[in-house]
Every structure is written in structure tokens, then in C-alpha cells.
Design a protein around this ligand. Structure first.
Ligand code: HH2
Length: 262
């Protein structure tokens, strides 16, 4: 499934400022739906490296008008990208269907119980550190087994809170407290994460490691590098890919799926 990214933020690294306007966000949502998105992911707090946290009231103020406009425009499932249970609850009330929590339920003790109570699926993502500091000096002994064990433990925590196993999605958190080599290693061994038994979501779209690997490309010049990473993620067993360029990545996913399944 192709998940289209919509950031209702002034400062996201790629589409910052564009989708704060509900009308423009709804237009993009319609275009993404027409281009083959299976789901949309809507966030109002940037988690790019170095980003400072946004207070819940400000996150709600940015998110809810955009969410309402997108909800009216499309029938696709919408996930809300937040680490705060308050914000998630308000978003679910306004028509969101899924919670995407980049802290995997660690930063707000009410998050996993909320998902259980509201009977909504949750995406649990791995991150080392916090966005403010995560890229300073990320270190692992074995990044793949550490991320796998973390996701297994967070899946167990979600189940202990009452979230059914089939409502859990896991995500290696590409770029969240990881070097270029860590990101490559995780993409290379996604099969080990898929072996946990939960669907795997991967977010590589236009990220910094792609710019670095391609010889220093700005975020608007990372389409081809993103295509390579998305194709390999699909071949490695990713079931959902979170992307900005839905139309292009829809083709990439179709071709990669056909070849990987041949
Ligand atoms: N990446 C970003 C934000 N949310 N959620 C999941 N589950 N997986 C990811 O890889 C992921 C995520 C960062 O990308 P983006 O939303 O484009 O930028 P920003 O954080 O600057 O808004």
C-alpha cells in the first residue's frame, strides 16, 4: 500500500508550509487518492533531525482544520502522525482512522490504551533518542537485531494495552537516530523485521540518507533515489510505503511487487 504524506507544518523538511492550508491539503489529498494512494498520513509536528517539540494545543490548531478538509475530500483511511494521546484522540474524533506514533507509545502512557479503547490500528516506529538530538552520534552494536527486538517489545506492549495483534504495524524508523549505513542495513534486512509477524511500514521518501548516497542531492531532487529505496523495501517485505510522490511510487511498487513475487 502506498501511504501519501501530508504535513500540516510550517517546517517539515520536504512539504513544510504547503499543506498548512486546508484547501491546498484537500487538493493534494484528492490528487494522491487519484494517483493510487491507499491511505494518507497527516502530521502537524515535524520530526526532522533537530526539530523542537510542538505543544499539544499548537499541534491540534494546525492539524484539525486540515484533517477536517481532507476527511471531507477523500474516503481513504487517514492516519494521524502524533506522539500525543490528546492530539490523537481529537484527530480520531475528527475522522482519522489510524494512529502513527513515531515514539511507539513510549512518550505518552495514554497512547496505546487510547488505540485499544478506540479500536484503531497503530503504527509503532523505532527511534533512537529524540528528533532534537537523534542524529548527533547514533550507535548500535547490531542495528537490525536491536530494532527488531525493540519493535517486538513495543508490539507486546501494545497487545498488553489491549490492541489486537492484527491492528499493529511496525516501522524501522529510517533516519530516526541512524547513520546512512544503519539505514541501508535495515533496508537490506527488512525480512528480519517482517518475521515478527506484523506488517512493516517503511518511510524513506526524500530522506537525507538518499541525498547523501546520491552525492549530495537536495530534498526536491531525491525522487530517483527514493524509487530505488522503495523498490528494495518492497522486495524486502515492506507492506506499506510512506511517500510524498504517490503517482511515481505507485508505479515503483507495482513493478517491484511483480518482480519480487515472480
Ligand atoms: N518519517 C517522518 C515522519 N513520520 N512516521 C513513520 N511511521 N515512519 C517514518 O519513517 C516517518 C514518520 C519524517 O518525514 P516527513 O513527515 O516527510 O518530515 P517531517 O518530520 O519533517 O514532517
Amino acid at each position: 500500500m502506498v501511504v501519501g504524506i501530508l504535513n500540516a507544518t510550517p517546517d517539515s523538511f520536504s512539504d513544510g508550509g504547503v499543506h498548512l492550508d486546508p484547501g491546498r491539503a484537500a487538493e493534494t489529498a484528492l490528487a494522491m487518492a487519484a494517483a493510487g494512494a491507499g491511505m494518507l498520513d497527516l502530521g502537524a509536528e515535524s520530526t526532522r533531525p533537530g526539530a523542537a517539540p510542538v505543544p499539544a494545543a499548537e499541534e491540534r490548531r494546525r492539524l484539525l482544520p486540515v484533517l477536517r478538509a481532507v476527511r471531507t475530500a477523500v474516503r481513504l483511511p487517514i492516519s494521524v502522525d502524533t506522539t500525543k494521546a490528546d492530539v490523537a484522540a481529537a484527530a480520531l474524533d475528527a475522522g482519522a482512522d489510524i494512529v502513527n506514533d513515531v515514539s511507539a507509545g513510549r512518550w505518552d502512557a495514554d497512547m496505546l490504551p487510547l488505540c485499544a479503547r478506540e479500536r484503531v490500528p497503530v503504527v509503532l516506529m523505532h527511534m533512537q533518542g529524540t528528533p532534537a538530538t537523534m542524529q548527533r552520534d547514533p550507535r548500535y552494536t547490531d542495528v537490525v537485531t536491536e530494532v527488531r527486538d525493540f519493535l517486538g517489545a513495543r508490539g507486546a506492549a501494545a497487545r498488553a494495552s489491549g490492541v489486537p495483534a492484527d491492528a499493529i504495524v511496525v516501522d524501522p524508523g529510517i533516519g530516526f537516530g541512524k547513520t546512512v549505513a544503519h539505514n541501508c542495513r535495515l533496508l537490506r534486512r527488512l525480512d528480519l523485521l517482517a518475521a515478527l509477524g506484523y506488517p512493516v511500514l517503511v518511510g524513506v521518501s526524500r530522506k537525507g540518507f538518499i541525498g547523501e548516497l546520491a552525492g549530495g542531492r537536495a530534498s526536491g531532487e531525491r525522487l530517483h533515489g527514493t524509487a530505488a529505496a522503495v523498490a528494495l523495501a518492497v522486495a524486502g517485505g515492506a507492506r506499506l510505503v510512506r511517500v510524498h510522490d504517490v503517482a511515481a511510487m505507485r508505479d515503483v511498487v507495482r513493478v517491484a511487487e511483480a518482480v519480487a513475487g515472480a
